[in-house]
Design a protein around this ligand. Structure first.
Ligand code: MCN
Length: 774
């Protein structure tokens, strides 16, 4: 509705501020008298701490304090608590060790925090950190996922390094299907470890108010309210109202900025001890050793087919690397709930998946854009490509033959979750047209004429989005009739201010330029779960819709009195209450003003106009789509160039086609980055981190991309009043498999072996050389 309503491709309201340097990122927030903290981190992958001599550092200029794990233990700081109840393969309880904040007697990955050095300036703290003398006794380590089981124990209490096991599907039926199938295709796929490279590296600013007896944490987190709960309940064991968490502009979160990191509690703890605010800013050099990483698993997958290429069963065994510690339930998400999309958009009579979460001497792994769905999609889509190649079938036809038809919706998949709606075959065919797949042979011939190899990739993606957890919204009118909207979700760059103002405009007709938008502050917003899992639009947007409905309901009563009509005769449209069938009416703004004037109110109506909505969906939404891309390989160097990329997506009702496209583009870029170049690498022997800076960790740049063409195949869901499905991760879920599909298509045409991610020039070149030597 209207120029700002749902479906309008308007530019973002927040961009004016952000593009003019008006963003208020963490680095912009400073408090009077603040001291600066630097963290001394482990240089070893695994070592016993024989001793820490902090005296030279304590005597360095400007140093205020040097704190270690012994101080953490003395002050009784608590740790995060897991609520997931999983088991290990032998039936014993899950082993999910939390981080203590600062290492106690052992360090378990390169970067594990050992000491906190606080000084007057950042430079003084850095200099003093270099003087902390740590006496390490190095221990054997294990960093590779496939080597974790049977490797040196990361924790003595867990000798086999198996944290827990997760299963879904029907084991017996799947085993039987595979045993009886005429054809079974088996493969092992490796999904590499990556790091979310934020525009602003992480940070934390803590303060303690001795008068109010309260902590305040300024931090770039995705769920301020949940971080507050964790700090209050688990770490400091105080009521939640004694902590305020404030997140301003977050320069990218991507999932891994979601949770409570050790640095959050350390700055609060130090601030109280020292009686002054303490700020920690992660150095870009420090980010890869300091942050949680993502993905990192090894999967053995088996696809059973009949003679016509119909899928009969899917069996998957995954080793998922959780790192040295498990900081919260969410860190097991990628290895748990999201693997239920391993069967993708295909009809399978039987499927079974088993995921072994293993501990290693590496940073914890956390959800990262897609959190398990890109991994799942990667496995099924590569397996289909490989099956087509192995069995001599057409990979498009093989997919077509097994797609779940639209008439089968709602569809319970073989791993036990229900897709409520979607038209996969239509999206697939539309995407093939959009990408001009028919023209590919001619383009391949043209590439060949120029001495290049061209490959075409295809991937069907589906993801679980907006899982069943609540979210909160409030609309507050002021006595002058203007409105503020307060959201429990947290914008990290997705364009939330614009999205929610559009939804508000759709429902209440309010001019977005007159509405103030607030998020990220636990003192101002009553409640929130935060932003992850592509949930904000669907769940936060619906909560806002519900709050708007309450505004309309109360407004009708007030308008009825103002218009001297019966409430039943009052209709609301385009920001105006009117008497049905007449031109008599009052604006919402006039009603809001009247709401604060008791004499204007009908009997029994409370003064004021501030309404809240809390929505908890009954199930997830299932955005889906088809991605196609074409790459060119220079056979002389192996360099891969992305040449064409097109996708057709179904995110249900689109709130803003422009911001949606931005989300898809960003998501695709994150998938392409992992597929072609990004990777966190450890040395297998020493456990050293080999890719700690941008010198070694390759990031894609704008000129690594081609145009990304986005088409739409919307099938609105009935699960929320807008019909919207989540979208923030959609691009990544399809991009990871489709790029490898294209690279391996080009190599297969040459008879070269497949490559694994990242498909770097060196790997591709080596694969090409094998055709020459054979
Ligand atoms: N949208 C739409 N129509 C829909 C759904 C979404 O127009 N049916 C648009 C809206 O503009 C909305 C945006 O897409 O604001 C994202 O919506 P949604 O799917 O609700 O995702 P969230 O806002 O909950 O964002 C989370 C998602 C995740 S999980 C990661 S990780 C991620 C991502 O978003 N991290 C990001 N996108 C990111 N983008 C930026 N710039 N920075 C990050 O850290």
């Amino acid at each position: 509705m209207g120029q700002f309503g749902i479906g309008q491709a308007i530019t973002r309201f927040e961009d004016r501020r952000l593009l003019q340097g008006g963003g208020r990122y963490l680095d912009d927030v400073n408090l009077p008298g603040q001291a600066h903290a630097v963290i001394v981190r482990s240089l070893h992958a695994h070592a016993r701490l024989r001793g820490i001599d902090v005296r030279p550092a304590q005597m360095a200029p400007g140093v205020v304090a040097v704190l270690t794990g012994a101080d953490v233990a003395k002050d009784g700081l608590g740790t995060m608590q897991m609520t997931l109840k999983r088991k290990r393969p032998d039936g014993s309880p899950m082993f999910a060790p939390p981080h203590r904040g600062l290492a106690q007697d052992r360090v378990r990955y390169v970067g594990d925090p050992i000491a906190l050095v606080v000084a007057e300036t950042r430079a003084q703290a850095e200099d003093a950190a270099g003087l902390v003398e740590v006496d390490y006794e190095p221990l054997p380590s294990v960093t590779a996922t496939a080597a974790a089981v049977g490797g040196p124990p990361v924790h003595d209490e867990c000798p086999d390094n198996v944290s827990n096991v997760f299963e879904a599907g029907d084991r017996a039926a799947t085993d039987a299907a595979l045993a009886a199938a005429p054809r079974v295709v088996r493969r092992r796929y490796v999904i590499t470890r990556v790091h979310a490279q934020y525009m602003e590296a992480r940070g934390a600013l803590g303060s303690w108010d001795p008068i109010e007896e309260r902590y305040t944490l300024h931090a770039d987190v995705q769920y301020p309210h949940r971080v507050r709960s964790a700090l209050a309940t688990n770490v400091f064991k105080i009521p939640e109202h004694q902590i305020r968490v404030v997140a301003g502009d977050v320069g990218g979160g991507f999932g891994t900025k979601g949770w409570q990191y050790p640095e959050h509690r350390l700055v609060l703890w130090a601030a109280r001890k020292l009686g002054r605010p303490v700020k920690w800013t992660c150095d870009r050099r420090e980010a890869i050793p300091a942050d949680e990483h993502a993905r990192d698993n090894v999967t053995d997958a088996e696809l059973a087919l009949d003679a016509e290429g119909r899928f009969l069963g899917l069996r998957v065994r995954t080793h998922a690397n959780v790192g040295a510690y498990v900081s919260s339930d969410r860190n097991l998400l990628a290895t748990f709930s999201n693997v239920v999309t391993l069967v993708g958009v295909y009809a399978f009579p039987a499927a079974h998946v088993e995921v072994l979460s293993v501990l290693t001497n590496t940073n914890s792994t956390a959800p990262y854009r897609g959190a398990g769905r890109p991994e799942a999609t990667y496995v099924i889509e590569r397996l289909i490509d490989d099956a087509a190649r192995e069995l001599g079938l057409d990979r498009f036809e093989l997919r077509r033959r097994n797609l779940i038809p639209a008439t089968a919706m709602p569809y319970r998949n073989a791993l036990g979750v229900t897709y409520d709606c979607g038209d996969f075959p239509r999206g697939f065919e539309d995407a093939l047209k959009l990408a001009d797949v028919a023209g590919f042979p001619a383009r391949r011939a043209a590439s060949r004429a120029r001495g290049r190899l061209r490959g075409l990739g295809v991937a069907n993606a589906i993801e679980r989005a907006a899982g069943a957890q609540p979210e909160f919204a409030e609309i507050r009118f002021a006595p002058s009739g203007t409105a503020t909207v307060l959201m429990g979700s947290k914008n990290q760059g997705q364009g939330h201010e614009t999205t929610f103002k559009q939804i508000l405009h759709e429902r209440l007709g309010l001019d977005p330029r007159e509405v103030r938008y607030v998020d990220g502050d636990t003192d101002r917003v009553a409640y929130g779960m935060g932003t992850m899992g592509s949930r904000s639009t669907v769940i936060g947007g619906t909560a806002l819709w519900m709050a708007a409905d309450k505004v309309i309901a109360k407004g009708r009563k007030i308008a009825a009195r103002m218009l001297e009509a019966a409430e039943a005769d009052i209709v609301f449209a385009e920001a105006r209450f009117s008497v049905a069938g007449t031109d008599r009416g009052v604006t919402l703004k006039e009603v809001a003003r009247a709401a604060f004037q008791p004499p204007q109110l009908p009997p029994g109506v409370e003064p004021g106009l501030y309404e809240t909505g809390t929505f908890s969906p009954r199930q997830d939404t299932w955005p889906n789509g088809t991605h196609l891309c074409e790459i060119e390989i220079d056979p002389e160097t192996g360099a891969v160039t992305l040449d064409r990329y097109a996708l057709v997506d179904d995110v249900g009702t689109v709130i803003n086609p422009l911001t949606l496209k931005g989300q898809i583009h960003g998501g695709v870029a994150q998938g392409v980055g992992q597929a072609l170049m990004e990777q966190v690498v450890y040395d297998g022997d020493s456990g050293q981190l080999l890719t700690a800076t941008f010198m070694d960790y390759a990031m894609p740049r704008a000129d690594d991309f081609c145009d990304i063409v986005v088409g739409s195949n919307p099938v609105p869901t009935g699960l929320n009043p807008m019909g919207a499905k989540g979208a923030g991760e959609a691009g990544t879920v399809g991009a990871l498999p489709v790029v490898l599909s294209a690279v391996n298509d080009a190599l297969a045409a040459l008879g070269a072996p497949e490559v694994e991610m990242p498909a770097t020039g060196a790997r591709v070149w080596q694969a090409i050389q094998q055709t020459k030597s054979s």
